[in-house]
Design a protein around this ligand. Sequence first.
Ligand code: NAD
Ligand code: TYD
Length: 356
Amino acid sequence: MNAKRTILITGGAGFIGSHVVRLFVNKYPDYRIINLDKLTYAGNLANLKDIEDKPNYAFVKGDICDYEGVREIIARNRVDGIIHLAAESHVDRSIKDPFLFARTNVLGTLTLLQVAREYWEPVGWEGKRFYHISTDEVYGSLEFDGSLFTEETKYQPHSPYSAAKASSDHFVRAYHDTYGMPTLVTNCSNNYGPYQFPEKLIPLFINNIRHRKPLPVYGKGENVRDWLYVEDHARAIDLIFHEGRVAETYNIGGSNEWRNIDLIRLTIRTTDRLLGRPEGVDEDLITFVTDRKGHDLRYAIDSSKLERELGWRPSLQFEEGIEKTVRWYLDNQEWLDNVTSGDYQKYYEDMYKGRG
Ligand code: NAD
Ligand code: TYD
């Protein structure tokens, strides 16, 4: 096809990536969307079943750390935009295997940047875009004092995951400042919604409630996160990719802070209701376990820059978003069973062994 733009989306078979791929493939039939994904435990082509046959979509199985492989994809397809989501994304795994996080998140990002530079620099930066998707966790942790992360908050990552993401953010900005690459970075708060791998809090707990399995709450459940529905994040990514100012950083958040224990109780009540059980009956599954090492107390985002400059706002109330999410996981038990079969069961058992 003679595409208006060719965009490489990395990590498109993962949770957020699959929503971004779906949005772009459906909304821009005159773009060619290439999804590069290694299909780690977190990547599943089943997340994209509904769009896999579209003529403007192609999937390539590959590793962002594979320099030659990435070069071949970018050159052969004349890629002019990159939206980079591929990463190792789970804090608990980063505590067990920090090197994997440095490899994928730091060296993988650097590989993409360098290949894009080698391909784009000689022909000129005009019309090119390297958009890096990052997290609010790079800013570290807030106290319970009402303060918010802004784009000016200094980087103070605590976990190997956030340290690796912080490093990759710095490399992206360095490629702008040193070579003039048109880059963008966004730092988003916790996402929730369909297709999230069930090792993360919300899908893990919905699945456990359904099967009446213990709900492992770290520490006292007092940590606070700012939750954003994943389709609202995808919508922000679309807007920023097209209209964001080059070299800028935008924070994206839900303005929706929840203490873990309150969110867990809401998830239990919603799941019970949708399963036809008495609301709250499964609260006895709550099991307080040893806290996560270095557990950040509170994340909360100030997204006023994005709201002011580009008019973006979250669209869903949390109660509505949680209900949609619970319903999706209950209706898609087969998807859950497929992604948690194999190695994952052993990982999960090892993870919680002796933590109770
Ligand atoms: P995810 O773990 O669900 O998906 C990651 C995807 O990357 C998977 O499809 C995996 O197969 C792929 N991948 C991993 N290593 C790869 C490699 N070496 N080469 C190619 N592909 C590889 O992650 P997610 O939750 O969708 O997060 C996507 C991005 O958004 C990440 O960069 C993450 O840091 C960022 N982010 C996530 C959240 C959140 O709440 N989930 C919030 C803010 C930012
Ligand atoms: P998570 O979904 O892993 O996201 P992140 O660590 O990136 O914020 O966890 C969200 C919150 O829930 C975090 O404070 C850790 C807590 N949590 C639990 O209490 N129990 C669990 O089993 C998990 C996975 C997370």
